[in-house]
Each structure stands twice: as C-alpha cells, then as structure tokens.
Design a protein around this ligand. Structure first.
Ligand code: NAP
Length: 295
C-alpha cells in the first residue's frame, strides 16, 4: 500500500503510465495485484498502486490526475460519491447510478465512470444467469446495491425485493431503480415476510459486507430461506467462498462469488483508460485462478 503523501512519478509518466485505487481502508484491496498481473501478461508498461485517501485528500488526488502524474484511478469505499463534484463529465451510467468507481482523462477533462455495474453484468453473462421473470432479492442498499440494481434493471429484471437493515437507504435504492426503470415492481421486505413463491427460483444478491474476512462465520441470509432452485451471488470476494455461498452450495443452489465482478470491473476500467479492449486479451480463467489464492 502506498501512503497518500508519497506519490512520485520519477519523472517518467510519458513512458510508464501510473494508475491507482483510492479509498479507506485500502490495504485489503486486490486491485493492485489484479492490474499488475494484467500489465505483466500483456507487456503493458504501467504501474498500479493502492492509495489510502480520506475525503479531504481528494483534491490532491485530483491535482495528480490533472497534472498527469496519475493517468487514471479507481475509487472504492467510502469515496464513490464524494469524488463526483471534482469531475468535469460523468458517463450516463455513472450519472444514473450516482456513483463513480473509475476516473479517466480525455482532452484535459476528468471523466467519471461506473464500471461496477459492468462487472456485475459480465458476471451474470458469464454464469449464464437470466433475470427476466425472476424475483431479484437485493440484500443491502448501499453503493454496490445501486450498481447491482441498475445492472439487473438493464437486464430486464421486472420484480425486485430489497432487504436491508435501515429504511432510509432502502427507500433511496427503491427510488433510484424506479426512476430509471419505472415499470418494475419493487417490494421492501424482511426475510420472515417472504412466502415460498417469492423464494422459489429467486436470484439473491448479497450487497452487504456480512461474511467478509475476517468475520467469515456470518451470513446475511438465514439458511432456512435458501432453496435449491435459487441462484445466489455473494458480492463479497474475500473469502472466495463465503458462508452464504457454502450454505447455498450445500443444498444444490447455483452460487457465484464476487470475484468475477471485481475482475470485470477492473478490466472495464482498463478498456476505458487505454481506449482499447484490453479485457478481450486476457485469459479470465487464469486471472481468476491467480487471484483466488489471495482472496
Ligand atoms: P456500503 O455503501 O457501506 O453499504 C453497505 C450495505 O450493507 C448497507 O446497506 C448496510 O446497511 C449493509 N450492512 C452493513 N453492515 C451490515 C450488517 N452488519 N448487517 C446487515 N447489513 C449490513 O458498502 P458497499 O459499497 O455497498 O459495499 C458492500 C460490499 O460489497 C462490501 O463488502 C464490498 O467489499 C463489496 N463490493 C464488492 C465489489 C465486487 O466487485 N465484488 C464491488 C464493490 C463492493 P444499512 O443501509 O442499514 O447501513
């Protein structure tokens, strides 16, 4: 991990491109490892670091981007909304979702993108998951739930159930989805209120940090609500197999880790920064095998 104050370019930005992820905490991030693997595999002359950054340090990072010392950044918790006022342009998807996890520079302008939703979209596609006609149960209502809700809506999901701890963020997520996809049906519920019809063949997406390392013995979904006909996506990638996914697997449900989403959002960021389809040049299976060891 690189400390915020120590950003240096060695005066060679024209040759070696410099990328980074900013957030707090940042020490756990898999992104530097992931990007360095891609750079090495494809012979790209670039570096990628993790920068510990709190909200009032964002202007210094923005200055590093404007001066060319950084050529692009990813943004993680808790800064995905806070960076927006510093940007010149937002992509239509970032605008709709209201969160930015990738910044690029074009003609001197800082452009905010959201590649989390693309990451989720690709994870759905690669696992051959159809959402049309399925009840999508989103657990959690924070930043990533907005990208997931957007992606599901773009995939023609028609029926959502949001299950979250507190009501304010739940209502915000509901309103965001309805503002973009006015014809969908959204219920806010508790697990105990769901009948077997809602649970049967549901797509459950955990968008909370419950079950993440080091608190791996927790699951956001009580086991009694899991059935074999469900598909379960746990957005968490550390551990690779969460308690929720283990429980789903043990009854024969289809389960997906958060790692494919993480990889695809990173590759989508590279496609944007380099203006070419880097994502098509990398062997996904090999990259995933490499990263699983570090989850
Ligand atoms: P966030 O904005 O802080 O939202 C967290 C959500 O989880 C909130 O809805 C919160 O509920 C809920 N929550 C937190 N602790 C909880 C608990 N103990 N019990 C029940 N609910 C709880 O965070 P985020 O950005 O959405 O990230 C959520 C998770 O997604 C993190 O683990 C992150 O690592 C992961 N993530 C993965 C990827 C990927 O590529 N795989 C990308 C982004 C994020 P309240 O609203 O009630 O506070």
């Amino acid at each position: 991990m690189r400390e915020f104050k120590n950003i240096t370019t060695g005066g060679s930005t024209a040759v070696m491109k410099q990328f980074a992820v900013i957030g707090n905490p940042i020490g756990h991030s898999l992104s530097p490892r992931l990007h360095k693997y891609v750079f090495q595999q494809l012979g790209i002359n670039a570096t990628y670091s993790a920068i510990q950054c709190i909200e009032n340090q964002i202007p210094e990072i923005i200055e590093q981007l404007r001066s060319g010392q950084l050529n692009g950044i990813n943004i993680t918790l808790p800064l995905k909304r806070s960076v927006i006022p510093y940007l010149d342009v937002l992509s239509k998807h970032a605008q709709a979702i209201g969160a930015v996890n990738c910044i690029s520079i074009k003609n001197g302008k800082l452009i905010g993108h959201n590649t989390d939703w693309i990451g989720f979209q690709k994870a759905l596609e690669n696992a051959n998951i159809q959402v049309d006609g399925v009840t999508c149960i989103i657990v959690g209502a924070g930043g990533v739930a907005h990208s997931v809700g957007y992606s599901l809506g773009m995939n023609n999901a028609k029926k959502f159930i949001i299950i979250n701890r507190t009501s304010k963020r739940t209502e915000d997520l509901k309103q965001l989805i309805l503002s973009i996809f006015p014809n969908v049906k959204i219920d806010i519920a508790k697990w105990s209120e769901l009948d077997s019809k809602a649970l049967y063949q549901a797509l459950i997406v955990n968008c909370t940090p419950v079950g993440m390392t080091p608190r791996v013995d927790y699951s956001p979904v009580p086991e009694k609500y899991l059935v074999p006909s469900q598909t379960i996506i746990d957005i968490i990638y550390s551990p690779f197999r969460t308690k929720l996914n283990q429980a789903g697997q043990s009854i024969g449900a289809k389960t997906i880790s958060g790692l494919p989403m993480l990889i695809h959002q990173a590759l989508a960021s590279l496609d944007i920064w380099f203006g070419e389809p880097i994502s098509e040049k990398i062997q996904m299976g090999e990259l995933q095998n490499f990263l699983e060891k570090y989850c």
